[in-house]
Design a protein around this ligand. Sequence first.
Ligand SMILES: O=C(O)CCC(=O)C(=O)O
Length: 486
Amino acid sequence: MGVKIGGGIERVNGKELRYEEFVERYLSKNQPVVLAGLMGDWRACSDWVSPDGRPNLPFFSTHFGLSKVQVADCNTREFTDQKRVEMSVKEFIDHWLLLGADKDPDDGSRQDSICSQNSQLYLKDWHFVKEYSEYVAYRTPIFFRDDWLNLYLDHYPMHENPTSDQDRSDLCCSDYRFVYMGAKGTWTPLHADVFRSYSWSANVCGQKQWLFLSPNQSHLIYDRNMKYSVYSIFEEVSESKFHGFNKAIWLECIQEANEIIFVPSGWYHQVHNMEDTVSINHNWFNAYNLCWVWDLLSKDYDEAKGYIEDIRDICDDFESLCQRNLAANTGMNFHDFFNFLARFSFATLVCLSHLFDNENTSCKSFNQSLTLNLVSIREMAKKMKSVECLAHNQNVIFDFRENFTTPKFIQLCDSLSRTYGMIHKQQRTNISLKNIWWDTVGKLGSCDCSYMVCTPEDLIRIIDHAVSKLGINSYEMNGMSDNGST
Ligand SMILES: O=C(O)CCC(=O)C(=O)O
């Protein structure tokens, strides 16, 4: 039986959409949408596209040819994804041009050792912005700017692993801003995004077919044990293994050049390039989908633990092994996520305390956004209180007094203030880099936990203390109305 399509995805002119409307209709409701009209002034849309509307492949070879990139062979499955190989952009483009010209790759060339003639190569996850920060290919549309993930990763790694090859992990986890390039027929198997983040994907040229499944149906693409999911919805799907699959109702969208698609959290999707296509794609999370990240981490933790349960008794430190495996499989572990939340909430407190004296009412939406961030982090910390390894943690995860002297932390505060200033269209407050500690603590007053965080409980106490000092009212902190019940 074929795939059942139940509808399409709403299309909106992005120029006529206000930020607040986007949040209200799509972000907070976790609904997909296609936005048009937002890419008109992107350099990528001129430099990367030939006059006939197809990818300007020689431009990539000439200007970015030496970059090393991940290339998926769409014809070869490896576990739950496509097989990947590393090659230079030039090698990738040469392969593409040769196939397009219907010629065999030269015998004995490096290309032959990388991929066979039957390979259908798709360049994915190219960290283009990180690699070419001077070349401004595009500007992230305002709707996708409230991006805690990339903002944080611009200053800190998500997971510091002293035993891994740091150079390699530095690049592969350095950010979640990517370029994708593939000839007609290349595709991406069914998946939900990393960390269950949001993503947006902009077609610089070409056309993509997207098939979406809403999260309330995602159980239908899993086997009975909820362990394996369907790889491709267009291949033969075993009814005995995936017994719910035929009940799934999909949404289909054909995305044209210069359109951006917003992919909400937890929506499974499969994507096919219907033409030669170049796209730009970010993953991100913020206050609205933070709970998705935690739910995934908790689920993956249980799974990681389950796999090694039988060696628990012979392990010196079973919990550390679980956390190590969680970071290796999911990209971060409980400590990384908590560390991230602690740093991010302190950066938020710095920004809020700088707004404290500002009577300007145009600061209100800015202020509310930051407050909402604290609310969602506090909610998260409440959930994390029941996690043993965090609740009993005795190491200092974050010491504000120590961090305020580090340029990285000050830059994080500055980026945060700049980002929300941009979103809420106002002059950002200048953060005084020299006196950040005294300014902030001067406004927040001393705290009995001395601004040191070891456990989720500490973080909650500090947030509550800061909120009461800053006089944030209960309307703004509606999510914190159960103060004291933690
Ligand atoms: O464009 C593609 O092939 C895949 C993109 C994707 O899956 C995503 O943006 O989440």
